[in-house]
Design a protein around this ligand. Structure first.
Ligand SMILES: Nc1ncnc2c1ncn2[C@@H]1O[C@H](COP(=O)(O)OP(=O)(O)O)[C@@H](O)[C@H]1O
Ligand SMILES: [Mg+2]
Length: 370
């Protein structure tokens, strides 16, 4: 743990052109150093979700009024979404049912069990997995939500999905949240080392299938998230959560670069287009220059957001597969294309498999990184 916190401290110093004011940084670095003896529980057991409440702001001495709960999407728009299509067509689902009865399904089940076990691997200290891309609209929030929900489903420790993109992103909607209240900047002011996990979760949005969500904003155009807030919040929150999945803004935004630098694992989402793959390759080459073996702890998701994508996935994946970097193919999924909350039972089989494979590749790197 001492090595861990030294690493974090060195990294913060390295990044610190706009170093945070001493008290804020000190509080959280100390929190990390004293982790074993800290009053808060280590990230091993899920607590029962507690509804978000304003009273704790008063208890911990936050000045100013507590923010109001704000609906994420006008309910009329959600109704207008209709039921939408399943990720797999009816024929595909029938085919999958038949394959399930065939002899080869034994091998498939064994592979799924192996990946699921891998996703469940314990972690000694909270791990941060940051998701970014070279531009917006390529599926960062969708991938973050899939990853967060997969960890929630398989892991027994608390999982946080954190939005670090103030550009009115889609993460809260994708995670099934109906309203948001407290944001990253609120938590940066509120968190103290004395807080218990149950105090902290009072400020987070409980996710339907387990785990918590922290949005970047209240869904209004406002001040962008700054690197100081990002560092304060992630460093403080990783004491409480086994895994934190961060939905970052696009590169080369400052917060995205900080997140890529400080995360234990980086997930680069590349769109299935020639220019998208080309640009994402530049991101990988940039990561290769970073200290802390950034490329060794990177996973690429090659995401097909259009049903008309014509780029050969093998060629695209080959272009992105730098030594030691796995490329997970996320297929076009009609349920994902529809927008709105992601429902596991509406996803195509291939999407669910890709999500588990991505979670397994990420956690494998998260546990092996120093
Ligand atoms: N695998 C996929 N299949 C179909 N549509 C997708 C897929 N991934 C993302 N999308 C769609 O692409 C759009 C952008 O996704 P989003 O996650 O919001 O991107 P970002 O966070 O990078 O801006 C959304 O409309 C989403 O529904
Ligand atoms: Mg987004």
């Amino acid at each position: 743990m001492a090595v861990e916190s030294d690493w974090q401290r060195a990294l913060l110093r390295e990044l610190g052109t706009d170093a945070p004011s001493r008290p804020a940084l000190e509080v959280n670095v100390q929190a990390s150093e004293h982790e074993p003896a800290a009053p808060s529980p280590s990230p091993v057991q899920r607590p029962t979700p507690v509804p978000q409440g304003p009273r704790k702001a008063h208890e911990v001495g936050v000045t100013g009024p507590a923010p109001q709960s704000v609906p994420i999407v006008d309910p009329r728009l959600l109704l207008a979404l209709g039921t939408g299509q399943h990720g797999d067509s009816l024929t595909q689902r029938a085919g999958a049912g038949l394959r399930h009865l065939a002899a080869s399904s034994g091998q498939e089940v064994a592979e799924q069990t192996r990946l699921a076990r891998e996703v469940q691997q314990p972690v000694t200290t909270g791990r941060v997995i940051a998701v970014t891309s070279i531009r917006g609209g390529v599926g960062k929030s969708t991938v973050s939500a899939l990853l967060g929900r997969t960890f929630n489903h398989y892991r027994h420790d608390p999982v946080l999905t954190l939005e670090a993109d103030a550009a009115l992103g889609t993460l809260p909607t994708r995670m099934g949240a109906e309203a948001v209240r407290w944001s990253c900047s609120d938590l940066a002011r509120i968190l103290t080392p004395a807080m218990q996990l149950t105090d902290v979760t009072g400020y987070l949005v409980p996710v339907a299938d387990g785990g918590w969500l922290l949005p970047a904003s209240q869904g209004r155009v406002g001040a962008p998230l700054d690197t100081r807030t990002y560092r304060t919040v992630t460093l403080a929150l990783r004491r409480y959560f086994g895994v934190t999945v961060v939905d970052c803004e696009s590169l080369p935004g400052e917060v995205a670069r900080t997140a890529m630098d400080t995360a234990h694992v980086r997930v680069v989402v590349a769109p299935m287009t020639a220019e998208g793959v080309h640009a994402s390759r530049q991101v990988l080459e940039w990561l290769a220059q970073l200290p802390n073996a950034a490329l060794e702890s990177t996973v690429v998701v090659l995401n097909t957001t259009s049903s008309d994508a014509s780029l050969d996935p093998k060629v695209a994946a080959g272009h992105l597969r730098l030594p030691g970097v796995p490329v997970v193919l996320l297929p076009y999924d009609r349920h994902l294309a529809q927008g709105g909350p992601i429902r596991a039972d509406r996803l195509s089989r291939a999407t669910r498999d890709a999500a588990v494979q991505l979670a397994a590749e990420s956690i494998r790197r998260a546990v092996s990184v120093r």
